[in-house]
Design a protein around this ligand. Structure first.
Ligand SMILES: *Cc1c(COP(=O)(O)O)cnc(C)c1O
Length: 389
């Protein structure tokens, strides 16, 4: 099942089950799998000492180039990216302010966020001492909401891209409004690559800083991330991360990255940029269609391959129609999780659906998934067949 080690039983020795991850790059299932080249680069990096500032400079240039930005740096994930962006806009490169965080009295310390974009990870912006201030209504926002929200204490506007998350104003409109007042825009686009075009898209659309996870679609170390943007802001983020001039470590020190992680992410970025993305996309589609074909013709089940932008690549989506007589989507997910091997699939989307996210489904695993779905869905419709449902 594993692509990176043939008969590896390291998990078995610890009494931990391996599983099939058809739920995307979720941290709870281990994120993504690094390629061999990434492991060997990390192993090599671990054999020598280097000046970490020099390594960060070099890695930052790779991140900047990949994102089409003036500057970049490696972070301990996109959550850490949010912390660093927030710290950077509040302190800029001022030693005194950097040392004072998370006490932000006397600083611009408010970060605006659309009410419709509140999310699981936005608290990270508050860790260095900023306060999130909501603008707009639960599902919409108008230009005047944002304009009225910008004030004396506004340090930045946060803008989040994530599957199924609303974009009340476009990033271009948001940037235009914020920039007219000299206020930077910070983008969390953690899980937005692939498609590869998104690496450069947000800077082009006005982001002053943008962060991506290294351990999601880029398949670098799980605890890595990219942060790219304007030179002065990246300088401020770097100084917050590690300030050689300071007597005390800053609050962002808690998000440390190792030399092995930095080298691993740089290697993963280079592999990602060199990949044949349309071949990978097609392979996901072919294997998604295989699953859909296997579960065709079950009364009350509508299974289709969808690949619109909210989907992370082509994926089977299973809709349960009103006429469906079998187990609920949640029960099906539970049966899949409790099988051998355990299979984790996605939920949510537009309705109470099951989606099979292909990005982490290893070659051949689509057969195991199709077999399990077929058994659970069809079995529950056919009393002559043995069924676990
Ligand atoms: C996954 C995710 C994060 C966290 O990213 P890490 O790299 O795991 O720290 C932050 N923001 C959004 C929108 C995410 O989807």
């Amino acid at each position: 099942m594993a692509t990176n080690g043939e008969a590896s039983d390291v998990y078995a020795r610890m009494g931990v089950k391996k599983l099939i991850n058809a739920q995307s790059w979720v941290t709870g299932l281990g994120g993504s799998l690094m390629r061999r080249e990434v492991f060997s680069a990390m192993e090599e990096a671990g054999r020598y000492f280097v000046d970490m500032e020099e390594l960060h400079d070099a890695a930052g240039r790779v991140v900047a180039r990949a994102c089409g930005a003036e500057a970049g740096m490696v972070t301990a994930g996109a959550a850490a990216g949010n912390m660093l962006m927030s710290a950077a806009v509040m302190t800029e490169t001022d030693d005194v302010r950097i040392e004072r965080l998370p006490d932000t009295s006397g600083m611009k310390n408010e970060i605006l966020i659309f009410k419709a974009q509140r999310n699981h990870y936005d608290k990270m912006f508050e860790v260095p001492g900023a306060r999130l201030v909501e603008v707009g209504m639960p599902n919409v926002a108008r230009r005047y909401h944002l304009e009225a929200g910008l004030g004396e204490k506004t340090a930045a506007v946060a803008y989040i891209f994530a599957p199924f998350l609303k974009q009340p104003l476009t990033l271009r409109e948001t940037s235009e409004i914020a920039h007219a007042r000299g206020i930077p825009v910070l983008v969390d686009a953690s899980a937005m690559v692939p498609p590869i075009e998104n690496l450069t898209r947000f800077v082009r659309e006005g982001a002053d800083m943008v962060t991506f996870s290294g351990g999601k679609g880029i398949a670098g170390p799980q605890n890595s991330g990219l942060l790219a943007g304007k030179t002065e802001l990246i300088r401020a983020a770097r100084k917050n991360y590690m300030n050689p001039a300071s007597a005390r470590a800053s609050v962002v020190r808690a998000a440390k990255v190792s030399k092995e992680t930095i080298v691993g992410l740089v290697t993963a970025i280079e592999l990602f940029l060199d990949s044949d993305h349309s071949a990978i996309w097609n392979d996901w589609r072919v294997r998604a269609e295989y699953i859909v074909d296997r579960i065709r013709g079950i009364p009350g089940i509508r299974a289709v391959v969808e690949e619109e932008p909210n989907r992370q690549g082509p994926q089977p989506v299973i809709y349960f129609e009103a006429s469906w007589k079998g187990p609920s989507p949640e029960s099906v997910r539970k049966l899949l999780r409790e099988g051998t091997p355990p299979i984790h699939v996605g939920r949510g989307g537009y309705r109470d659906e099951i989606n099979v996210v292909m990005v982490n489904v290893q070659k051949g695993e689509e057969k195991i998934i199709a077999e399990a779905l077929d058994r659970i869905l069809r079995g529950s419709q056919d009393s002559n067949r043995p069924s676990k449902a």
